[in-house]
Design a protein around this ligand. Structure first.
Ligand SMILES: NC(=O)c1ccc[n+]([C@@H]2O[C@H](COP(=O)([O-])OP(=O)(O)OC[C@H]3O[C@@H](n4cnc5c(N)ncnc54)[C@H](O)[C@@H]3O)[C@@H](O)[C@H]2O)c1
Length: 255
């Protein structure tokens, strides 16, 4: 129960990783505002939170809309009085709209869409909570980036650039807000399987792309988020934690 009495906002809560983050933070004692552009699915996440004896509520929040972000954050402040932890998890590539392409064929409108969802979405939500965190002289901002920022990913140059932007934004913000007791950190997942249950075996997650021989589980990203949110990580800021089964290490000798 490292997060007892803390109030956490999670964006993109209905996705695989978002749901795992909500369940984990609530399991550690935080009151969780599970937000997503899809409010109905966010309500289902709340059911998972409550099944684990956690507490929270679901809210609609579209990270691409300043009005929606401000409205949702105001609602959290109205209901819970403060925001201690922000997890900027909402994101994705042009694959969400079946428009993955090599850069030579890229359309500017798609680039803008991906940058808006990932990078500007992170910026908007952060800006909406920052004044309150500065006033309370405490806060944890945890941004979900990707190993794509470090090693690239074909047909997703926009996504890789946006995630790299999130990492450098986080470092700069960490420098600016450290004096207020606010930490800002990133987590860069490698390939994380989406349809995972407690019964899924490592064998079923098999992947040749990692040194651990498998994909990651959403709960493994959630564990890293819970750590950054906790008091134990109080001296860590501006960090980017890679959680990828060794995927970004050098080439395997056998290949
Ligand atoms: N799954 C992976 O392998 C992987 C790897 C690296 C990084 N990531 C990152 O982790 C995060 C979560 O990924 P995931 O795999 O759970 O994805 P997902 O597609 O399962 O979930 C993304 C969630 O974001 C929500 N969303 C989409 N647009 C939104 C908007 N405008 N406003 C608010 N919410 C919105 C969706 O409704 C969905 O619930 C993303 O930032 C993603 O880029 C994932």
């Amino acid at each position: 129960m490292r997060l007892r009495d803390k109030v956490a906002v999670v964006t993109g809560a209905s996705g695989a990783i978002g749901q795992a983050i909500c369940v984990r933070l609530a399991g550690e004692g935080a009151l969780v505002a599970a937000t997503d552009v899809d409010q109905e699915r966010a309500a289902q996440v709340l059911a998972a939170v409550e099944a684990g004896q956690g507490k929270g509520y679901a809210l609609g929040l579209d990270v691409t809309s300043t009005a929606s972000v401000q409205c949702a954050m105001q609602e959290v402040l109205k209901r819970s009085g403060r925001i201690d932890i922000l997890v900027n998890n909402a994101g994705g590539s042009a694959g969400l709209r079946q428009e993955l392409t090599d850069f030579k064929d890229a359309r500017e409108e798609v680039w803008q869409w991906v940058l808006n969802l990932n990078l500007a979405g992170t910026m908007r939500c952060t800006q909406a909570v920052l004044a309150g965190m500065i006033e309370q002289k405490a806060g944890r901002i945890i941004n979900i980036a990707s190993i794509a920022a470090e090693v690239g990913i074909k047909q997703r140059s926009d996504y890789a650039a946006a995630k790299a932007g999130i990492i450098s934004f986080s470092k700069t913000l960490a420098m600016e807000v450290g004096a207020y007791g606010i930490t800002v950190n990133c987590i860069s997942p490698g390939l994380i399987a989406r349809n995972v249950t407690a019964k899924t075996t490592d064998q079923e997650l098999k992947s040749n792309g990692t040194y651990l021989g498998r994909c990651g589980r959403p709960a493994e990203i959630a564990a890293a988020v819970a750590y950054f949110a906790s008091e134990e990580a109080g001296y860590i800021t501006g960090a980017n934690l890679t959680v990828d089964g060794g995927r970004v290490l050098g080439p395997k000798a056998s290949q």
